[in-house]
Write a protein that binds this ligand. Structure first.
Ligand SMILES: [Zn+2]
Length: 62
């Protein structure tokens, strides 16, 4: 099952509607780190990684 991260849930202050997709958690986190660069975040800190992981959801394709 694909996994997603809703950028707006990780950082509501961003006002960003981007949703990161990944086939696996590894791919998802890699894509999330790529997307973070668009917010000027070059270093994904352990704290940020925890916030990202806390917002991982299964993609619902019903
Ligand atoms: Zn974003």
């Amino acid at each position: 099952m694909s996994k997603i991260i809703d950028c707006n849930k990780v950082n509501p202050a961003s006002g960003c509607a981007h949703v990161v997709h990944g086939e696996t958690e590894e791919e998802l986190l890699r894509n999330a780190a790529e997307h973070a660069k668009e917010h000027g975040i070059v270093d994904v800190t352990p704290e940020l990684m925890e916030m990202i992981k806390a917002n991982i959801e299964d993609e619902v394709t019903a």
